[in-house]
Ligand binder design. Structure first.
Ligand SMILES: Cc1ncc(COP(=O)(O)O)c(C=O)c1O
Length: 374
């Protein structure tokens, strides 16, 4: 299998060097936390192989928060949501299999099935439709042979939320197509804990064919411990995912999982604090957008990212804009090509920067737009 390097990773801020960035508006998370914030003594931790499913107390907490009767046995801890997505694709899909995936999207949701050689139908979200899922179009893309429907909610890079009725409709579309029992529905819920309005239920609680993926990278601000998970109520499927995990790395890191358990125990406090901070940062972005005539956007329903675009008639040289932004202002956004879109679009991550960095970055964008006008 030939796996390409994804632009979103090759050009990521950590690969570029954080010290080169003055205004880092590329991140799709809250600020990264330091280990010092944890009241943790790891000296007594035995560095043995861990439970192959993942640490039991962590899985129990995740299942309890997901609700819907899920238990610790329905949770498989993975090395981030990215490993979860890779394992799911590898487990469910073979070359030639048909699947439907939303585009734009976090690259792994598309690149791994593409590397496997799947027959992919893209459900293209349109700016003009408010980046909403078109359920009729989705149903039309499915076939009797469809193996997987893959969506991301809340959505990356647009920040658009999904209503419960729409989530249920997607699952129903999955049930109505595909192999006996229907196609599986993968819901990448990596941003679920960053919703301004109450999010829909965890997809895996709604149907055994629905698979949920999430992680501690974004809302908890601890991507460095590489901890995510897969949820499914289908025991046979859960076993297949475990087999994939054991092939890759047997079990997770006991150090990561100890930190993850300590972090997850703080979910109530940390997520409430995020919510207040994200709402404030979102207001900053919304006020700036209201006064920025060269851009247009679909206002996100929450989260930590927005995906504005440069107006067609703004007379902005798009390549020059990104160059000036990077080189003259040391400011970075996520350019559209990270998501297979034109660079006229760009993702702004407003949850990670400090209030000063966010204001400085937005100002740098406005200045760069004007400097790049012909
Ligand atoms: C939608 C989505 N899924 C999965 C991931 C992978 O996250 P991680 O592996 O850090 O948990 C990302 C990262 O940006 C993402 O945006």
């Amino acid at each position: 299998m030939r796996i390409p390097r994804m632009a979103i990773e090759a050009e990521s801020p950590e690969q570029l060097g954080y010290d080169r960035l003055k205004f880092n508006l590329t991140e799709s998370s809250v600020r990264d936390r330091d280990l010092a914030e944890f009241d943790l003594d790891l000296k007594a931790l035995t560095l043995c192989y861990g439970d192959h499913l993942g640490r039991a107390d962590l899985r129990a907490m995740i299942a309890a928060r997901a609700g819907g009767g899920l238990t610790a046995d329905d949770v498989l801890i993975t090395a981030g949501a990215s490993a979860a997505l890779f394992m799911i694709a590898l487990t469910l899909l073979e070359a030639g299999d048909h699947m439907v995936v939303v585009r734009p999207n976090y690259a792994t949701n598309i690149e791994t099935p593409r590397a496997i050689g799947c027959d992919i139908s893209y459900l293209d979200l349109r700016f003009e439709d408010g980046f909403a899922l078109d359920l009729t179009a989705l149903a039309a893309l499915t076939r009797p042979s469809t193996k997987l429907i893959s969506i991301t909610a809340p959505h990356n890079p647009t920040g658009v939320a999904l209503a419960e009725a729409d989530l249920r409709a997607v699952i129903a579309i999955g049930e109505a197509c595909g192999a006996p029992g229907g196609a599986h529905v993968l819901v990448d819920e990596t941003y679920r804990d960053m919703s301004f309005a109450p999010p829909p239920p965890v997809a895996a609680t709604l149907d055994p064919r629905a698979i949920s993926v999430c992680s501690l990278s974004k809302a908890f601000g601890i991507p460095g411990i590489r901890t995510g998970w897969i949820l499914t109520r289908d025991a046979d499927l859960a076993l297949r995912f475990l087999c994939a995990k054991e092939q890759i790395g047997i079990c997770g890191s006991v150090v990561d999982e100890a930190i993850a358990a300590a972090a997850y125990a703080q979910a109530g406090t940390w997520l409430a604090a995020n919510d207040a901070r994200l709402r404030q940062a979102f207001t900053t972005v919304r006020d700036w957008m209201a006064g920025e005539p060269l851009l247009e956007w679909v206002e996100p329903g929450g989260g930590c990212v927005a995906f504005p675009r440069i107006r067609e008639d703004a007379g902005v040289d798009v390549a020059a804009f990104h160059r000036i932004l990077n080189e003259d202002h040391a400011a970075y956004v996520g350019p559209g090509h990270w998501f297979e879109q034109s660079d006229r679009h760009f993702r702004i991550g407003y949850g990670w920067p400090t209030a000063e960095e966010l204001a400085g970055g937005l100002d740098a964008i406005s200045k760069s737009l004007r400097a790049a006008r012909s």
